[in-house]
Design a protein around this ligand. Structure first.
Ligand SMILES: Nc1ncnc2c1ncn2[C@@H]1O[C@H](COP(=O)(O)OP(=O)(O)OP(=O)(O)O)[C@@H](O)[C@H]1O
Length: 303
């Protein structure tokens, strides 16, 4: 069942077209990624879905409701991760949770959330005194305190160290396991690859692809390389194998360039001729490559 259906969403700010016909749907129980460089309209889209901004065109169904007409009912059923500046430095952890719980008709017991998110011993700590990871866990706990059906998480792990990021990822998987649908806005490829069931790739106010992270990567036909060292046997001609576009050899180091699953054909050919190789490496294609293939530009560039 789709919990969010966005069709041909349009939004302009003065003469700047920010959303130029955005369409996607989010299924119940999935982690849905909204991925794209800065300024491509991700936040605007999510805020329209949450009922915080009014679209200029298109339609949005959020849990069967229109977020503009039924904003209150929509917001009762969603949780939104705050940005860092939105909590006073002096508020205590428990006070923040208690305050946010009071906005909802059927909130969760925030004491449970303190346990789940490893904040029980920080219950009386002031927000300003928390570490980056603790602040982030508090923001996620606040997004969940209303017992939402859908949680919107934006830039989940910005500023966290690698260990804290991994911990946060595991906790987000538990959120999904508890049945909450998660919409994750991100410009971190690794995060999206790790967490998302499906991803909408945004570029310049449109959605250029929607697929699983693996599907996006498999769908591209970018050249990539395999490298190996010849250990024993005489090298054979690999240039004619399916998908192979180039072979270079320097001493006993060989680099084969190709498209698609050329590496399987190369390894089979080497085995057939009893050629022993070592140091075999196949460059993994990533979501970065998929983004370049889809948009013709690298992820870091906004032009
Ligand atoms: N209230 C506003 N008035 C005018 N322009 C705006 C407004 N809000 C956003 N914009 C512009 O709309 C464009 C898209 O912004 P949006 O925040 O939706 O992008 P984003 O993909 O979420 O980027 P980021 O990752 O930086 O948040 C940007 O060029 C931004 O400057």
């Amino acid at each position: 069942m789709a919990v969010i259906e966005v069709t041909d969403l349009r939004k302009r700010y003065a003469d700047l077209t920010v959303l130029d016909g955005v369409s996607f749907s989010v299924e119940e129980g999935e982690i849905f990624g909204i991925l794209g460089p800065n300024g491509t309209g991700k936040t605007t889209t999510v805020e329209c879905v949450e009922g915080l901004r009014r679209p200029d065109g298109g339609s949005i169904k959020m849990l069967g409701l229109d977020p503009v007409k039924d904003g209150r009912k929509v917001r009762e059923q969603i949780g939104v991760q705050l940005q860092h500046t939105q909590l006073p430095e002096n508020i205590k952890v428990w006070e923040a949770l208690d305050l946010y719980a009071s906005f909802y008709a059927k909130p969760r017991d925030w004491r449970e959330l303190l346990e789940e998110w490893g904040l029980a011993d920080k219950r009386n700590a002031r927000f300003g005194k928390l570490s980056g990871g603790q602040k982030q866990r508090l923001f996620i706990a606040l997004a969940l305190v209303g017992n939402p059906r859908v949680a919107f998480l934006d830039e989940l792990t910005t500023g966290l160290d690698p260990q804290a990021r991994r911990t946060t990822w595991e906790l987000i998987k538990q959120v999904r396991a508890s049945g909450v649908t998660v919409v994750l806005v991100s410009h971190f490829m690794d995060e999206v690859e790790e967490l998302c069931d499906r991803v909408a790739v945004f570029d310049r106010g449109t959605v250029v692809a929607i697929d699983t992270p693996a599907g996006l990567v498999d769908g591209i036909d970018a050249e990539h390389q395999m490298r190996f060292t010849l250990m024993a046997g005489d090298m054979v001609e690999l240039g004619g194998l399916p998908g192979v576009t180039g072979v270079t050899r320097t001493g006993n180091r060989v680099v084969v360039t190709g498209r698609g699953d050329f590496a399987t054909a190369v390894t089979a050919e080497l085995a057939r001729h009893h050629i022993l190789v070592g140091d075999l490496r196949i460059d993994k294609r990533t979501l970065d490559d998929a983004f370049v293939a889809l948009t013709g530009r690298s992820f870091g560039s906004t032009h």
